[in-house]
Design a binder for this molecule. Structure first.
Ligand code: NAD
Length: 712
């Protein structure tokens, strides 16, 4: 052994083949953190001094090669001033250069995955051989940055500008066959043959004399970038849902700028531009979200450790939600009973599950046998006969407190001891529903979002009497279904709807001030929302919104009460329910090509004219402020009232449940980005709008203490 560290070891065999092995002792994956990079440096120094080495293999002792840079450390370095930050980048370039300039051929044997910094490191080798089940890629764009350890320079030079830009801009990890076909890796090998084949490749190159040097020179050489390709990619960026994200455009401009430069100058160009993105709000938001997501996963894992084992589940109510829940449970491996009181409803529930499965079959995501196997895991029933054997039940009957209370009480008599009962109610108090149960400790809320298979969030609502085990089992069940679970204390609207309704209250106020709903949609979509509030209302259903709004008004009358009736109430009275009946703010139809159409509904304008009072012209910036302030303040209240434990959960709930623009980080991070004092000044400017526009005591205290919601 030439070198032995905690993450990196270096050895050399009798034929002069050295092996630099990444095998982190204190973790399940290899990542490029400070310690690993320091050890890599020491190992390379040792290597440079060893006269016997003729060639080098880079290998991994884990199931993946290297998953990337350590994001937590990365984010901390982003806080350095520009000078120190660039010095840190150059230090890693120097280290990677030590590997790239070794006086003999080098081969990276990539097993599992090499992503981000891990793939960038492998690009410093002369040859890459990839396990045929492995993947490589540069996902940095999804964090609002680009690969800053030479990846933006080396990859396009290796595979050509078009493919290089495609990989850099999509961020997608690429399958082995694609990676080989474009020349990002030189060879593929069966996973169990990888090391042998990597060694064979190295020995071959040793026989080829100095071939590796000409490869090296080719990899460093400038390349052409056709201006027509730049225009085409630029137009593609404009059409993307992520067009608000600055990273894509910066990456395109960067590659355009450095592709014709000498290699060292190109690297310097990459270093120079990196802080522009790394210190921007987009990267801070997206990296923050990545860290929040990790936090939530850790919390869910800790919570689920106290869960009851779930072998079988049941859902009561086979409607839109019940059918979706049954599908999701079956598709993720938990057999489920689906009960309704109505045979036709059961048929509809099964049809719903079948429709999702058929789509996946058509997309090639599963085969007929797998589709049938999943479908067979759903057992439709009109009775409670087999409920004794289930571990958890989701009640998803109509949103009526009396009916739900009766169903839950009936269920309690039918299930075995300790079975966890949950309700998918979106607006009824979990504590109130618990009153109908003899053992309320076995009960909590399990609030899915529609459509269940597509929406990533589940709110797990802890009632005053819910036991830790009931909550843990529900979190574990949600996680097993592939959902992100957030534990929320019971309150009107729980977390997500409680934060949504002040936004709709703001929307209603703007409408009443005569602001055009189409304009509000345009402005909020330009802000980054996937759909504006009018369109979103049509998608959710105006009747659903009006019903839930009444619950919020009852729960928080001091601030959520409206001045008189709302436009949406009038629309519902006029049978305008949104997409579900083709008429809402917009009118929906189908054109001659079968495509869905959406046009503004004249009748909405007629109603607005009757109800609204034309106010002085409101600017786009004011529309954003007036829409966002009540939502952000409610997010602050939810944190301060202890509805969830952390700011990360507030923001993730709003992002995953409502589609809050990710690059803005969530409502609390958005306040951080604006600056606490600037946000407070904005709120005070609009305080005339009423109780939803008043600075909370908690927020004032944060300003005094200069305490942001997030460290990163
Ligand atoms: P739905 O009307 O489509 O389905 C309700 C089903 O419950 C019907 O099939 C009905 O036959 C059945 N049912 C009624 N009484 C029953 C009983 N006693 N026993 C068994 N089945 C009974 O409703 P949905 O949209 O699926 O909503 C169900 C629940 O999910 C509601 O509490 C709703 O608030 C909540 N939710 C709905 C959405 C949504 O967007 N639809 C989103 C989140 C939560």
């Amino acid at each position: 052994m030439i070198y032995s560290g905690k993450c990196v070891t270096l050895s050399c065999d009798s034929e002069g083949i050295a092996e630099l092995r990444f095998d982190r002792q204190d973790g399940s994956v290899n990542k490029l953190d400070r310690l690993t990079l320091a050890e890599l440096h020491e190992a390379l120094e040792n290597l440079q001094l060893d006269p016997d080495v003729r060639g080098l293999l880079l290998t991994s002792g884990k199931s993946a090669f290297i998953v990337g840079a350590d994001i937590t450390e990365f984010a901390n370095n982003f806080k350095l001033d520009n000078f120190a930050f660039k010095a840190w980048l150059r230090q890693t370039h120097k280290l990677f250069g030590m590997l790239e300039n070794l006086p003999y051929p080098t081969v990276a044997a990539i097993n599992g995955m090499a992503l981000g910094g891990g793939f960038e490191l492998s690009l410093c080798c002369d040859y890459r051989i990839l396990a045929d089940d492995g993947r490589v890629g540069l996902p940095e764009v999804s964090l609002g940055i680009y690969p800053g350890w030479g990846g933006s320079v080396r990859l396009p030079r290796l595979v050509g500008a078009q493919t290089g830009l495609d990989w850099l801009l999509s961020g997608r990890p690429q399958h082995a066959a694609i990676a080989e076909s474009v020349g990002a890796v030189d060879r593929l090998a069966a996973a169990d043959q990888l090391l042998l084949q990597a060694r064979a490749l190295l020995l071959e190159q040793l026989e080829n004399g100095n071939d590796y040097l000409s490869r090296r020179n080719r990899k460093w050489a400038p390349i052409d970038l056709d201006p027509a390709l730049v225009d085409q990619i630029s137009a593609q960026i404009d059409r993307r849902p992520g067009k608000h994200y600055p990273a894509s455009r910066v990456i395109l401009e960067l590659v355009q700028q450095h592709c014709t430069l000498a290699f060292d100058e190109a690297i310097e160009c990459e270093v120079d531009t990196f802080p522009v993105l790394a210190k921007g709000t987009e990267a801070r938001s997206l990296i923050g979200l990545f860290l929040s997501d990790q936090l939530l996963k850790r919390k869910a894992k800790q919570t689920a450790a106290h869960a009851r084992r779930i072998d079988k589940a049941a859902v009561v109510g086979a409607g839109i939600m019940g059918g979706g829940i049954a599908y999701q449970s079956a598709a993720t491996g938990t057999p489920i009973l689906m009960k309704d009181i109505n045979g036709d409803a059961l048929e509809l529930g099964l049809t719903e599950a079948d429709a999702i499965l058929s789509k996946q079959l058509a997309r090639g995501k599963l085969n007929t046998a797998k589709k049938q196997a999943i479908f067979d895991q759903i057992e439709a029933t009109l009775d409670y006969d087999r409920f004794q054997s289930v571990d958890i039940v989701v009640e998803a009957v109509v949103e009526n407190r009396k009916i739900k209370a009766a169903v839950l009480s009936e269920l309690e008599q039918q299930v075995g001891e300790g079975t966890v009962l949950t309700s998918n109610t979106s607006s009824i108090s979990i504590n109130r529903l618990a009153e109908s149960l003899l053992a309320p400790e076995n009960f909590c809320g399990m609030h899915f979002f529609n459509p269940v298979h597509a929406m990533p969030l589940v709110e797990v609502i802890r009632g005053d009497k819910s036991s830790d085990q009931a909550v843990a089992t529900t979190v574990a069940y949600a996680a097993s279904m592939g959902k992100t679970a957030i534990v929320v204390n019971d309150c009107p609207g729980f977390l997500v709807n409680r934060i949504l309704f002040p936004y709709y209250n703001a929307f209603n106020r703007l409408l009443m001030d005569g602001v055009d709903f189409q304009r509000i949609d345009r402005v909020m979509e330009a802000f980054g929302w996937p759909m504006g509030p009018a369109y979103l209302a049509d998608v959710i259903g105006l009747d659903t919104l009006v019903h839930a709004d009444a619950v919020m008004v009852e729960g928080f009358p001091q601030r959520m009460l409206h001045d008189g009736g709302t436009l949406m109430q009038s629309m519902v009275r006029g049978e305008r329910l949104g997409q579900k009946n083709g008429r809402g703010f917009y009118r929906y139809g189908v054109d001659e090509n079968g495509k869905r159409t959406k046009e503004a509904e004249d009748a909405t304008y007629d109603l607005v004219e009757l109800m609204a009072t034309a106010m002085p012209e409101v600017s786009d910036a004011e529309i954003v402020e007036r829409m966002m302030i009540p939502m952000c303040l409610e997010a602050v209240r939810c944190l301060d009232d202890g509805i969830v434990e952390t700011a990360a959960e507030v923001d993730m709930g709003v992002i995953l449940g409502l589609g809050f623009p990710r690059f803005r980080g969530g409502p609390l991070r958005y306040i951080d980005h604006l600056g606490l004092n600037a946000f407070v000044a904005q709120v005070e400017k609009h305080s005339i709008q009423g109780p939803l526009y008043q600075v909370t005591t908690g927020l004032r205290q944060r300003c005094v203490d200069n305490q942001c919601f997030f460290d990163q």
